[in-house]
Write a protein that binds this ligand. Sequence first.
Ligand SMILES: Cc1cc2nc3c(=O)[nH]c(=O)nc-3n(C[C@H](O)[C@H](O)[C@H](O)COP(=O)(O)OP(=O)(O)OC[C@H]3O[C@@H](n4cnc5c(N)ncnc54)[C@H](O)[C@@H]3O)c2cc1C
Length: 355
Amino acid sequence: MKEFDYIIIGGGCAGLSLAYELEVHEKLNDKTLAIIEPRQEYKKDKTWSFWKVMPHNFDDCVKKNWENFSINIPGKTNYLECKNYPYQSIDSGLFYKKINNKLKENKNISFFKDITEINSRNSFIFNSVPEIKKNHLNLWQHFCGVEIETKKNFFDEEIFNLMDFDCEQRESVHFFYTLPYSKNRALIETTWLSKMNDNSQKDYDKQIKEYVENHLKIKDYEITYKEEGAIPLFYPSNKKEKNKINIGTAGGMTRLSTGYTFLNIQEHSKYIRENIENIYNLKRFEISKKYQFLDDIFLRVLNKNPEKMSNIFFNMFNTSPKTVIKFLSNKSNFYEDLKIILQMPKLTFIKAIFY
Ligand SMILES: Cc1cc2nc3c(=O)[nH]c(=O)nc-3n(C[C@H](O)[C@H](O)[C@H](O)COP(=O)(O)OP(=O)(O)OC[C@H]3O[C@@H](n4cnc5c(N)ncnc54)[C@H](O)[C@@H]3O)c2cc1C
């Protein structure tokens, strides 16, 4: 069976981002790479959005940029600007196509459906398949989104809605998220932060229909695309091994308080590419301990006080949007962290640390 210098297990966001980063920086001219991916075909299955706090390789896959956003709770809306860090939405279909076209040009890169098709004994492995142990206490961000097209112009495409808490909470944390791509097209997502052990929260189609028709009052529309997912708000239990680096969700690239992962994956890919010659002795890349600590407290508060979370998220944006965006994107300094912490209800957070 054939051997390779490197193996990437999982040709999804992290696997393909890493392969692309290595390829465009000519790290695969004299090294071989096998990508193991079971899917039969690549098609658009996710929309990756984030505030652009750093450059990345996929500006040409961006569907839309926004410089304004809103967040609301019943009776109150906060309109905010993000000119310094525009919010970007990446079409996974364009992303897969761009990367696969590039990788096909290099004969040193091969694709397989299953790892048993090759000899992996002497290769260095980058693994993006998470090991998720079932635990009823774990929190998830689970959601379903649909892209709709309306007959009449309805949306203001200059401003997206990050969180709309003016909806049923069902003793949990629930909000809608709307990305208007044009005046008559938008992605509308129903999102829950919960332990996912209550199946009644998963009547996503009904929730979206109710929101679109009764809340937004759009009657004449067509659903053109649908995506569904669940992001673990805990670290998967993939083992650390000498000849293996876990990447993507498996590698702890999700920011646990928000679910944002895409840009962390890009940063990790760059780190691996810069150090690929020394890969066996590489220090593990991780989201800074500061954010791991703060997110742990945040999720404990969320677990104990779901009813307080809409106000907590809303009030976080009472400080400058630039500060909040930097904090949520792991780019804040000590002074900015402090500004965020000061917006939080002190007693609730102190209790969460000690109990
Ligand atoms: C619907 C959805 C929307 C999201 N939106 C955002 C967002 O807006 N912003 C953001 O920052 N993050 C978002 N995320 C979170 C995160 O960015 C994505 O989950 C991202 O795809 C994670 O990349 P990954 O490579 O770790 O996992 P994946 O992209 O899921 O890739 C894993 C790959 O492994 C393959 N695979 C599975 N089993 C095996 C096996 N046994 N052997 C080999 N390969 C295998 C899969 O087919 C898949 O291609 C979203 C997640 C989902 C599910």
